[in-house]
Design a binder for this molecule. Structure first.
Ligand code: DGJ
Length: 516
């Protein structure tokens, strides 16, 4: 048997898992700043820093402009240096293909693409002005991007054979059009009043009942038609859906060409937006409400990933963890990462959590680049218990704990209700409650984290009193529980698991019973 099969996403029972070297792999990642990976000397101390944070994976850009500075002449020496740097530090890699689009513009295309507006036309806004984005209608750009990406994947397959340093690839970055709801170039203007392709209408009509709710509501509000022009079929959503389809088709061509060479898991990421006009964010990007369109347009893409800088972390997670899309967070605010990571991996079975750009100073976020001891502690703590987390992901027996208010919370897990109260205020990151709880079975619960207390109560309508048979603290070493003190007396005050005054993250195992 191949000890290092190609990493894949296993969608077997209980949700999706990333499988690396034949075993579930949860990514505790870090995405480096946009320019860091363009220079191997700059990266030398960065690898060290990420390994010191207990990351198991680095997310690093590979840009079209640096791989193919001259058309048809490709240079993968930088990629080879990134592979070596990661391997030397025991890290896996996710390559971020900065091809035709990055954050709604085309600043990473090679200069031979930038300067040839005839072959590689820009999209235009409603006034006819060119935008900074190559048009998704540029067939030449699609072919050139796909060819270079395919060559990259071929190279990675050969250079990484048997090692599987690279475990996934991001195709493009935060696609969409900025500054305009859609492309108003000549080809786009001809396509917009033409019939919506049946390759889109047919799957939407076939899945009408299981479409994302807000997409279906918008479609039905405009008549729910399955033929007609874009404005006729999609009404107010037409510009966004039109862009999503055409961007999706382009991304599909790039992704499929890469997978034909080396079928690693591939995803594409979204700049999040809620309640704002399309074009104030990259319009047509893979927002959750457009997943049904993107899925029809880009079937080779394995999942759609949110970049979460948005303050309502819970909303963004729930939004992307629906309709069969596994949660995979390639970018998140580094601030608060030490708490949010628990919610992502335990409540939403996330395959990846990766704060952005904390390895060196950032041009606009002054606190990036600072040391983040709380994140280091959270990653060390989670790294030691990863086998336990991956075992319970997708079983419905693990819940996340993340304090977003100061009221107590009540959840049901297994045979008990859990009343969670908080040690401090939600708006104070240093004490904010964060953690996870696992129903290990037979009345045994694992509670991990800090800043909260849990009292176990009988199920609604059941009555009786719940008590501890035993409560112990402990640690994990490579996924194995190492028991510490047996807690009783003052340490079980109020018959609760209390991780309230502790300065660091803790784990406890409680065995419970109920008497009437
Ligand atoms: C989202 C992008 O995807 C990243 O590459 C980076 O630009 C961050 N925003 C913020 O700096």
């Amino acid at each position: 048997m191949d000890k290092h099969p190609i990493p894949c996403i296993d969608r077997g029972s209980g949700g999706a898992r990333l499988v690396v070297d034949g075993a579930p792999f949860l990514i505790l990642g870090a995405e480096v700043n946009n320019s860091s990976a363009s220079d191997l000397r700059f990266m030398a101390p960065v690898w060290e820093r990420l390994a010191g944070y207990h990351c198991n994976t680095a997310l690093v850009p590979v840009s079209w402009e640096l791989v193919e500075p001259v058309e048809g002449k490709r240079d993968f020496s930088l990629v080879d240096g990134l592979l070596a740097g990661a391997r030397d530090h025991g890290l896996r890699l996710i390559l971020l293909w900065f091809g035709t689009w990055k954050n709604g513009v085309s600043q990473y295309v090679p200069s031979w693409v930038k300067t040839d507006l005839r072959r590689f036309p820009r999209s235009r806004d409603a006034s006819g002005q060119t935008t900074r984005m190559v048009s998704p209608f540029s067939r030449e750009c699609q072919a050139a991007d796909a060819a270079c990406f395919a060559a990259l994947m071929r190279h990675v397959r050969e250079a990484d054979a048997g090692l599987r340093t690279v475990i996934a690839v991001q195709v493009e970055n935060e696609t969409g059009i900025l500054g305009s709801p859609r492309d108003f170039g000549p080809e786009a203007n001809a396509a917009f009043p033409a019939p919506v392709p049946q390759e889109l209408c047919a799957p939407l009509a076939a899945r009408r009942e299981s479409l994302q709710e807000e997409f279906r509501a918008g479609w039905e509000a405009s008549g729910g038609r399955s033929s007609g022009s874009w404005p006729q079929v999609f009404g107010d959503m037409a510009s966004e859906v039109f862009m999503a389809w055409h961007l999706g088709r382009f991304v599909e061509a790039v992704c499929a060409a890469g997978k034909a060479e080396y079928p690693l898991p591939m995803y594409t990421n979204a700049w999040l937006a809620y309640d704002a006009a399309p074009g104030t964010w990259p319009s047509g990007g893979p927002l959750a409400r457009l997943h049904d369109v993107w899925r029809a347009a880009a079937p080779s893409i394995d999942l759609f990933a949110p970049d979460i800088y948005f303050p309502d972390f819970k909303r963004a997670c729930a939004d992307f963890h629906r309709g069969g899309n596994p949660l995979f967070i390639p970018e998140a605010n580094a601030a608060g990462g030490e708490s949010n990571v628990f919610w992502a991996v335990a409540e939403h079975d996330a395959l990846c959590f990766s704060p952005f750009g904390f390895e060196c100073p950032h041009p606009w976020f002054p606190d990036l680049g600072d040391d983040r001891p709380a994140l280091r502690e959270a990653y060390a703590f989670l790294a030691a218990m990863l086998p336990v987390i991956t075992r319970f992901q997708g079983t419905g027996r693990m819940r996340g704990i993340l304090q977003t208010g100061d009221e107590k919370e009540l959840i049901t897990l297994g045979d008990y209700r859990l009343e969670i109260t908080w040690a401090g205020k939600a708006n104070d990151e240093s004490v904010r409650g964060r953690g996870l709880v696992i129903d290990l079975g037979h009345g045994e619960y694992l509670v991990a984290g800090r800043g909260f207390a849990i009292r176990f109560l009988p199920l609604a309508g059941q009555g009786g009193t719940v008590d501890f048979l035993s409560l112990e603290e402990g640690t994990f070493q490579d996924g194995t529980w190492v028991p510490g003190r047996r807690l009783n007396g003052d340490d079980t005050f109020d018959f609760a698991v209390r991780i309230v005054h502790e300065k660091g993250l803790c784990a406890r195992k409680a065995k419970l019973y109920r008497h009437d």
